[in-house]
Design a protein around this ligand. Structure first.
Ligand code: HEC
Ligand code: HEC
Length: 307
């Protein structure tokens, strides 16, 4: 009997230690900093890394739809990558890029095979940027990749996890409500993103890029983008919007995400070919085909877990 009691203490101690380790492993170790951009080496390699960052921060100035060199018009809208990948992907929990270089090649359900980091970049080019792929051997593609390599160079896996992706959000037990979403939009988003969702341009000129990015209309992500899917969009909005003052309740985040994605977006052709293995298709993918009996409406608006 006595030994059993002792064992119980032992197991409880183990469990507590395990929980402590588990929670701290997911946190950014105090003071850790991604590799400093000011320490980028001088010379052509350093110039490429810096230009890679510039491409992510000021995308429309270099590869936007209105740049003078038409061969460089890769992007179909005037968004910058960092409108979603905040601070050029160096902000934790905001679709970060720190560590991303180490993750690829990785399985991608959209094509049901392993893809390279360059192929993943081109998925965002064709969808989030509503444009076309950058050739793998282009200077731009090499620079973006070198930038990823630089900011990933001192990363250990638990830090990479902290940066990767978006914080999870509890599913609603009802469908997201676009009428409530519209109210949230008018109260909490419209002052910046404008009544028509079109945001605002630097100097009022599209070619100078956005001060505040468009979230619906012609000059934004298309209906094949991750941001067009309700779960991804609600998670991003909950974590980051209103910008620098993210204070929405979970319900508000779901509803406003449903509202902005019920408004018009550029349309991508050929989406029925996405996710060739339908068992791997994300539940919030709003376009068919599906291999389940859930309605199209429910795929777009949820609920995703019915009790
Ligand atoms: C409208 C928002 C948006 C814009 C703009 C955008 N992305 Fe993304 N990106 C996403 C989302 C959302 C994901 C997460 C993938 C998903 O869930 O589909 C992602 C994922 C990625 C990933 C994979 C990250 C990982 O952890 O595996 C890379 C690389 C990437 N984007 C590169 C870019 C580049 C380069 C640009 C600019 C040329 C860009 N993105 C512009 C929304 C955006
Ligand atoms: C104070 C101004 C401000 C407010 C208010 C605000 N945003 Fe934003 N939003 C921004 C800025 C600025 C960015 C781009 C961030 C960057 O480039 O670092 C952005 C980016 C976004 C993006 C990703 C980029 C894109 O074009 O798709 C979405 C989606 C978004 N906001 C939705 C919302 C929603 C929904 C609300 C209301 C809950 C909201 N925002 C409130 C300023 C704002």
């Amino acid at each position: 009997m006595k030994t059993q009691v002792r064992y119980i203490h032992f197991y409880i101690t183990l469990l507590v230690l395990f929980i402590m380790c588990f929670s701290s492993c997911n946190k950014n170790p105090e003071g850790w900093q991604y590799p400093d951009m000011s320490k980028v080496p001088p010379g052509p390699l350093g110039d490429s890394i810096k230009y890679g960052k510039e491409l992510i921060s000021k995308t429309p100035l270099h590869i936007g739809p209105e740049v003078s060199d038409i061969t460089k018009r890769y992007s179909g809208n005037n968004l910058a990558c960092e409108n979603c990948h905040i601070d050029a992907g160096t902000r934790p929990n905001a679709l970060g890029f720190v560590g991303v270089y180490l993750i690829y090649p990785e399985y991608d359900s959209r094509v049901d095979s392993n893809i390279s980091i360059q192929q993943r970049i081109n998925e965002c080019m064709q969808r989030s940027m509503n444009g076309r792929s950058m050739p793998l051997d282009s200077y731009e593609m090499r620079c973006v990749t070198l930038y990823y390599k630089w900011i990933s160079s001192e990363v250990v896996p638990q830090i990479a996890r902290w940066y990767d992706g978006l914080p999870r959000l509890k599913y609603l037990s009802r469908a997201a409500d676009t009428t409530n979403g519209r109210n949230v939009y008018r109260n909490k988003c419209m002052t910046c993103h404008a009544e028509n969702g079109a945001g605002g341009y630097v100097n009022g000129k599209p070619k100078d890029g956005f001060d505040i990015p468009a979230i619906w209309g012609n000059d934004t992500y298309n209906n094949g983008a991750g941001m067009y899917r309700l779960i991804t969009s609600a998670q991003f909005i909950k974590a980051k919007m209103p910008f620098l003052n993210a204070d929405l309740s979970d319900e508000e985040a779901w509803d406003v995400a449903a509202y902005i994605n019920s408004m018009p977006h550029p349309q991508k052709q050929g989406l029925e070919k996405d996710f060739p293995n339908l068992t791997k298709k994300p539940i919030d993918c709003p376009y068919p085909p599906y291999n389940d009996t859930i309605s199209q409406f429910q795929h777009k608006y949820g609920p995703y877990e019915v009790k």
